[in-house]
Design a protein around this ligand. Structure first.
Ligand code: HEM
Ligand SMILES: *[C@@H]1O[C@H](CO)[C@@H](O)[C@H](O)[C@H]1NC(C)=O
Ligand SMILES: *[C@@H]1O[C@H](CO)[C@@H](O)[C@H](O)[C@H]1NC(C)=O
Ligand SMILES: *[C@@H]1O[C@H](CO)[C@@H](O)[C@H](O)[C@H]1NC(C)=O
Ligand SMILES: *[C@@H]1O[C@H](CO)[C@@H](O)[C@H](O)[C@H]1NC(C)=O
Ligand SMILES: *[C@@H]1O[C@H](CO)[C@@H](O)[C@H](O)[C@H]1NC(C)=O
Length: 328
């Protein structure tokens, strides 16, 4: 009896210790109310600048969504993506997936300036600006059913990594196995992969990116491919643009319906639907047929992505300029 009581006591002690040790490292302490006291107007201001930017140019919403994704996949959601090169590190902006491709940096600066002015000092991190601007872009282009509460309190990195950007962002020629593995490595499962790929319901891409698919792939609708060859010749025209789906300014489920008719513009996207009844096929079918299921799934997967390794507490800093680290 006494021995088993003692074992139980020991067990409780161990559980308590394990909890104390594990919780602070695995749970980011992000919260939706983080700026309520220090800058209550922050979220309203971010949304209004995003709205103005989208009215100026529809595509910028897509570009802002992509910035948050490319930030989070490379050493966590820490605004490392926004840093310009310095003598001590080569930044992420010129890594292969980003060079001449990422856009929206000016709008991020505009948002940051507006928020800092309203708060009278820099209290909102650039990493949080990216997370909120991504959510606002989606709801402005898709409607309130895509709204989700963004968790806040991320701090900004003091370095960035060109190599990490090359190694952590998926290229458009990845196959299904590679996509699943890369998302898995970032704590995201098959459902998250299919749901977040739905980000390709808005925005545009360059001929140089999808040329191989329209000339070489077999699981592509032939009329769709032929039409794209008019925009994208076999040689030249690398920077010519094509919309990612037929409604590139509308955040909707047309992306999934397109995949079902072999009209995915990226090889990687079409990998999610092969038409043989795989688990991935079933998710694509579900989101194509049921926009409510997609709307219900999108926020939770974005929140998961937004929770990738944030800097919190005394780590990192709140940058004054999103393009460079503070001096002190
Ligand atoms: C699953 C693997 C993914 C691959 C292989 C991929 C690849 C790409 C590529 C190659 C482009 C076009 C780049 C260019 O032509 O300049 C692009 C654009 C875009 N991606 Fe992804 N992406 C993936 C996942 C995501 C995710 C998870 C999101 C957001 C949740 C996202 C959002 C976007 C958006 C919105 C655009 C258009 C940007 C614009 O018009 O400025 N992508 N992606
Ligand atoms: C990025 O693009 C520029 C052209 O705009 C080019 O000069 C540079 O070499 C590219 N960088 C990398 C790392 O590919
Ligand atoms: C920044 O440096 C820290 C350690 O000094 C490292 O753990 C982290 O991965 C670096 N981040 C990037 C983006 O390279
Ligand atoms: C996916 O690509 C990897 C790397 O090129 C390759 O080893 C693997 O065989 C491919 N998987 C399939 C199912 O094609
Ligand atoms: C298509 O495949 C052929 C043969 O593998 C290759 O030479 C070519 O570069 C690929 N891309 C295009 C756009 O034809
Ligand atoms: C569907 O096809 C892919 C390759 O094209 C294969 O890896 C997968 O196992 C297939 N799934 C089913 C359920 O047949």
């Amino acid at each position: 009896m006494a021995a088993s009581h003692f074992q139980y006591f020991l067990f409780l002690v161990l559980v308590t210790l394990a909890t104390l040790i594990v919780i602070p490292t695995t749970h980011a302490k992000l919260s939706p109310n983080y700026y309520n006291k220090v800058c209550p107007k922050a979220l309203t201001i971010i949304r209004s600048v995003v709205k103005k930017a989208i009215i100026r140019e529809n595509r910028i919403g897509a570009s802002l969504l992509r910035l948050h994704f490319h930030d989070c996949f490379v050493n966590g959601c820490d605004a490392s993506i926004l840093l310009d090169d310095t003598p001590s590190f080569l930044g992420e902006k010129t890594a292969f997936p980003n060079n001449n491709s990422l856009r929206g940096f000016d709008v991020v600066d505009e948002i940051k300036a507006a928020v800092d002015k309203a708060c009278k000092r820099p209290v909102v991190s650039c990493a949080d600006v990216l997370a909120v601007a991504a959510r606002d872009s989606v709801t402005i282009l898709g409607g309130q059913q895509y709204w989700y509460q963004v968790l806040l309190g991320r701090r900004d990195a003091r370095n960035a990594s060109w190599d990490a950007a090359n190694n952590n962002l998926p290229p458009p020629f990845f196959n299904f196995t590679q996509l699943v593995a890369l998302f898995q490595a970032h704590g995201l499962n098959l459902k998250d992969l299919v749901v977040l790929s739905g980000g390709h319901t808005i925005g545009a891409t360059h001929c140089g990116v999808f040329r191989d698919r329209i000339y070489n792939d077999t699981n592509i609708d032939p009329i769709f491919a032929a039409n794209l060859r008019n925009i994208c010749p076999k040689v030249g025209g690398d920077t010519n643009l094509a919309p990612l789906d037929s409604t590139p300014n509308r955040f909707d489920t047309v992306f999934y319906t397109s995949l079902m008719s072999k009209k995915g513009l990226f090889h990687s996207d079409q990998e999610l639907f092969k038409g043989n009844g795989s688990a991935s096929d079933k998710l694509v079918q579900l989101y194509s047929r049921n926009p409510y299921a997609f709307a219900a799934a999108f926020g939770p997967s974005m929140i998961k992505m937004g929770n990738i390794n944030p800097l919190t507490g005394i780590n990192g800093e709140i940058r004054s300029s999103c393009r460079k680290v503070n001096n002190f």
